[in-house]
Each structure stands twice: as structure tokens, then as C-alpha cells.
Write a protein of this length. Structure first.
Length: 560
């Protein structure tokens, strides 16, 4: 690619809405442009990196026998009603209606769709196991889209689904994906960990997340350097249960509470209070119910509170923000019919006098609900408080923590979807059995941002070679026609040898070219510049301060 022809508008200024380094650098480097909150365009350079990430993922999952296909983004509501997730998934699911008043969703994930597609044709044990996947656009109406492509609303995911006749067969495929995911990250040359994870709304019995390590990551990973135990905060915390069921709660009186604080108000409040200490804690709703209010006289120090409803995390504040107050109200109204609700807060708590109330409808709350009489939130006994220096659940040594960005997750689903959707095969004796399933997600577009989060410096991005927009750039930094000719020659030779090479042939200053190349993160520069008079060129790695002077003949450069 000749830079004189390349469409990659670079910017000096930091975009005002860039809330994380990767977003800033990807915009300034000419990789992405924001279209709306959580919605991005990939410019040629961004798309090129995305395609390289995609290809690595594709190669590794093809290698374990998965078959690529493509499913629609638009999915009929009927499929989701069969599993109950039309109501359960919550507001992250974007719903739409066509001109005939039929309901659809822009698919946030594809378990229902794939089960629907295969169920009438994947009918014999002889056809199993089988694994299908796609690389496609997903849509999740995230409550707070942020951090650029890391938490977008429209994003690209690789999602794979496997079908089995036995748990052992599922284990095999699960392990294959686990290893493939390790290979993917190794090929990209990034630091990562695989951690035990919560299964969230997808359900099932077993799950791991793959986390790219970065200080700015949203996930806290607890780990034990003695026995190698790794878990995310969601997994590491264990919850307690409300003792009242939904049915029981329905007997309570519901009142209008128009003065309920909005999430925005709470966030604002959290944002303006001073800093303090903290622990993690998790409260888990029994079934189908949303905790709406924690009210009462307590002294509470919060560093972070978020609710997780059906795998959607609603952040009410940032880590490090503190809520320290008596007589507080924390409000959150979730959608009706939610199955799995957790309120996760990092806090230390002293006394509770009044308790927790909630509602099943927006702007309505139960009143006179008393802890002990109407329900129990046993936060003292049941909850495992996890923080650094807590004992490891496996070996008892002291836990440590670090921050990461979830780029992939593998799940054992079991028969959750096949049973509900009648996805059955005939076993050796002709008896119908539900498929045992697994699913395996990878955030392709999130990987773009995650790698930049880990690999950058004050001058820009430092792409690993495997996914860099160009492996090498030839920079013509001298004014003579001979120098330009030499640059062209080296560039053409590199292309011929199969390198993904660029040539900066623009009529701008050498300094400008170096800056752009570093901002874009190109791993290697070949500079035809000052030393060309002496018949030399300079080879300079993005990661190293000093270059290396080489004779300006193409052969010896290529040898290098
Ligand atoms: P998170 O915990 O960050 O919300 P998730 O657990 O909801 O992610 P999965 O359902 O496991 O996500 O989806 C598989 C992968 O898709 C994730 O591991 C992540 O890489 C990617 N992904 C999920 N949500 C987003 C998003 N809003 N923007 C970009 N990528 C995403
Ligand atoms: Mg999510
Ligand atoms: Mg997650
Ligand atoms: Mg996940």
C-alpha cells in the first residue's frame, strides 16, 4: 500500500469522547470512527486488523474441526419465546417490529437460532459430535456503551456451537476450544490468562473466560500464585439468596415510587463522593426477581456497585468511587421476568435496620418490607468476601488480583437449549435424546481494542506483527530522486517476497511520516534517509529506541 493513496486520516488531537486509551489511539491512528454511542465504522486500517484477527481465530477453530457458516442478524421472536429468553434476556436485547407487526431481535447471541436450524436435520447419533460457527455482527443494547470497541452495541463476534451425545464428547470439544483460544492469543503475542468464570444468563455447568491483561480492564481476576487458581470476580464471589420467592413477594403491597432515583442520579452521586476501602460482595436473587432498593440505616462504604441481570451488567459506579452515607437508597428497576439477578457491590457494611425492597414494575416498589419478616438477605453468613489476600479456595494461600479484558468465553451448556427447543437426535437404540451442547464466543472487534490497551506507548499503538495493519513500512525520508527510487525498489521487493508492506511516499516531512507510522503501530520501519548518501538505510523496530544501519541493497535488507 502506498501512503499517498491510503485512506487513513490521522489526528493530532485527542477526541473529546475517548474514555480509554485504545479508543483514542484507534481514532487518532485512522482505524475507526464513531457513528453513534457504541456504534463504530472500521476504516481500511481498522478493517485490515480486524480481518487479520478474524483469520487467526478462523484458522485455529477450523483446525479443531469446526465448520464456518453464517446466520442472520435479525431473529424472529418465536425462537426466543421457546426458551423463555424473549422475556428473560432483558433490555440488552434490541427488539424491533416489522410492518406486519411481527417481533424480531437483532441477535445478541445465537443459541436459539443454531438449535432451530439444526434440529430437524441433525437427527442421528451418527452425525454427532458436530461444531458450527460464524463470524458475524452481534447487537447488544448495552446500558453504558463505552471504552470504544471494547464495550460497543454493534460488534463482531465469532460464536461457535457444538452438539454431542455425551458429556465426555462435550468435554473433548470444550478442551479443544480452550487450547485453540490459547493458541489464538499466543499467535497474537499478548499476555493473557484463562480463568474460571460465571456462566451468567447462558447457564450451564462450566465455563472459562480468556482475559487479555490490561490495567484498564473491566474484569478483576483473582489468582493464586501458589496453585495457579484463576477466577473472575463474578465467579470468585458466592452469593446468598432472598428467601422469599416471587410468588410470595407478590402478596406485598406495591406502591408508586415516582421519586425513585434513576441510575444516572446514583452514578452522579457515586461520582461525587470520596474514596475509601473495600471488599467485594454479591447478593443473588432467588428466581425471577429484581432487587430494586436497598433502603435503611446503614453505614455503607461502596467502591463499586453493579447489578447483573441475565448477564447484563448495569454499572452504577466506577471502581474506586465511594458511597459513604447513612440512610441510603440504591435504586434499580429491572425488566420483569428476569431469572438471575445479582447485585454486586464492593463494600463494607456495618448495620442494617430496615432492609431491601423491590418491585416487579417500573416506578413501583413494595413498602413495609422488613428484613427477617418478609425476606432474608443473609449477608453475614453466606457471602464469601473476596479481596486480595483472602485465602485461595483451592489451596488456602493468599489471593492476588489483576485487571483484564474478557476476549473469549467457553461454556458447557448441557441440554438447556435442546430440551426447551426439542432439539433431539436418535441414539443407537432409536430413542430420542436432547443434544448436549457447548458454546464458544470470541469478541473479534473487542480484541482490536484489548490489544491496543495492552500494547501502546506515548507515541501510539505497538501492534504485534501477526495482526499489524502492515508488517513493515518503507519510509522515504530523503529528497533525492535516487532515494525515492530506492524506497520503491525495496518496497516492491518486499511485496514480491510476500510481506505485507507499505511505502510512505507522501510529500510530507520525515518527522510527520515517523509520527504517523508510530501512531499506527507498524512494527518495523525501513528508512531511506540521511544515511542514504553513504549508501545505507536504517532499520527500526517500533519497540526499540535505536535503529540499525544497513547497506542499502535490497538483498541484505531482506536477509535481515
Ligand atoms: P462482558 O462480560 O464484557 O459484558 P459477555 O460475557 O457479556 O461480555 P459473551 O456473551 O461471553 O460476553 O460474548 C462473547 C464475547 O463477545 C465476549 O467474550 C467479548 O469478547 C465479546 N463481547 C461481549 N459483549 C461485547 C460488547 N458489548 N462489545 C464488544 N465485544 C463484546
Ligand atoms: Mg455482557
Ligand atoms: Mg462476561
Ligand atoms: Mg462472557
Amino acid at each position: 500500500m502506498r501512503f499517498s493513496k491510503l485512506y487513513a486520516p490521522t489526528l493530532k488531537e485527542v477526541p473529546s469522547d475517548a474514555d480509554i486509551k485504545s479508543m483514542e489511539l484507534l481514532i487518532r491512528g485512522g482505524f475507526i470512527r464513531k457513528v453513534a454511542s457504541g456504534v463504530y465504522s472500521y476504516l481500511p486500517l481498522g478493517w485490515k486488523v480486524i480481518r487479520k484477527i478474524e483469520n487467526i481465530v478462523r484458522e485455529e477453530v477450523n483446525a479443531i474441526g469446526a465448520q464456518e457458516m453464517l446466520m442472520p442478524v435479525v431473529q424472529p421472536a418465536e425462537l426466543w419465546k421457546q426458551t423463555g429468553r424473549w422475556d428473560d434476556y432483558g433490555p440488552e436485547m434490541m427488539k424491533l417490529t416489522d410492518r406486519h407487526n411481527r417481533s424480531f431481535t437483532l441477535g445478541p447471541t445465537h443459541e436459539e437460532m443454531i438449535t432451530h436450524i439444526v434440529k430437524n436435520e441433525l437427527i442421528s447419533y451418527k452425525q454427532l459430535p458436530t461444531t458450527l460457527y460464524q463470524i458475524a455482527t452481534k447487537y447488544r443494547d448495552e446500558i453504558r456503551p463505552r471504552f470504544g470497541v471494547l464495550r460497543a452495541r454493534e460488534f463482531i463476534m465469532k460464536d461457535a456451537y457444538s452438539f454431542h451425545t455425551s458429556e465426555e464428547s462435550l468435554d473433548e470439544t470444550y478442551n479443544d476450544f480452550y487450547k485453540a483460544y490459547e493458541k489464538i492469543l499466543n499467535r497474537m503475542d499478548v499476555e493473557f490468562v484463562a480463568v474460571e468464570a460465571d456462566t451468567g444468563a447462558i447457564g450451564g455447568s462450566n465455563s472459562h473466560e480468556f482475559q487479555v491483561l490490561a490495567e484498564s480492564g473491566e474484569s478483576t481476576i483473582f489468582y493464586c500464585s501458589e496453585c495457579g487458581y484463576y477466577a473472575t470476580d463474578e465467579k470468585a464471589e458466592s452469593g446468598t439468596k432472598f428467601e422469599k420467592t416471587i410468588e410470595e413477594m407478590k402478596d406485598l403491597k406495591i406502591v408508586d415510587t415516582p421519586n425513585q432515583k434513576t441510575i444516572e442520579e446514583i452514578s452522579k452521586f457515586l461520582n461525587t463522593t470520596p474514596q475509601n476501602t473495600i471488599k467485594s460482595i454479591l447478593l443473588k436473587g432467588k428466581e425471577g426477581w429484581v432487587l430494586a432498593l436497598i433502603r435503611g440505616d446503614y453505614e455503607i462504604n461502596l467502591s463499586k456497585i453493579r447489578t447483573v441481570a441475565n448477564d447484563q451488567t448495569l454499572d452504577l459506579g466506577e471502581p474506586g468511587e465511594i458511597w459513604n452515607k447513612f440512610n441510603v437508597e440504591i435504586g434499580f428497576i429491572g425488566p420483569i421476568g428476569i431469572k438471575d439477578v445479582k447485585i454486586i457491590a464492593d463494600y463494607s457494611i456495618k448495620t442494617i435496620n430496615n432492609g431491601v425492597t423491590g418491585a416487579l414494575e417500573q416506578d413501583k416498589h413494595y413498602i413495609n418490607v422488613n428484613e427477617g419478616r418478609d425476606f432474608n438477605v443473609d449477608i453475614y453468613s453466606d457471602i464469601r468476601i473476596i479481596s486480595e489476600n483472602e485465602p485461595c479456595p483451592k489451596c488456602g494461600a493468599s489471593l492476588k488480583s489483576k485487571k483484564g479484558i474478557e476476549v473469549g468465553q467457553v461454556f458447557k451448556l448441557g441440554t438447556k437449549y435442546s430440551e426447551k427447543m426439542n432439539g433431539v437426535y436418535a441414539d443407537e437404540n432409536g430413542r430420542p435424546k436432547p443434544y448436549i451442547m457447548g458454546c464458544y464466543g470470541w469478541g473479534i472487534s473487542r480484541t482490536l481494542g484489548a490489544i491496543v490497551e495492552q500494547l501502546h506507548d506515548e507515541n501510539g499503538i505497538k501492534w504485534p506483527k501477526a495482526i499489524a495493519p502492515f508488517e513493515v513500512i518503507v519510509i522515504n525520508a530523503a529528497k533525492t530522486p535516487e532515494a525515492l527510487q530506492k524506497s520503491e525498489e525495496i518496497y516492491n521487493e518486499l511485496l514480491k517476497k510476500g510481506y505485507d508492506a507499505a511505502l510512505d511516499d507522501r510529500k510530507v516531512s520525515p518527522g510527520f511520516k515517523f509520527k504517523d507510522s508510530d501512531l499506527m503501530g507498524i512494527p518495523l520501519k525501513i528508512v531511506v534517509g540521511r544515511s542514504f548518501k553513504e549508501g545505507n538505510v536504517e532499520l527500526k523496530l517500533r519497540n526499540e529506541k535505536d535503529g540499525e544501519i544497513l547497506k542499502a541493497d535490497t538483498e541484505s535488507i531482506l536477509e535481515k
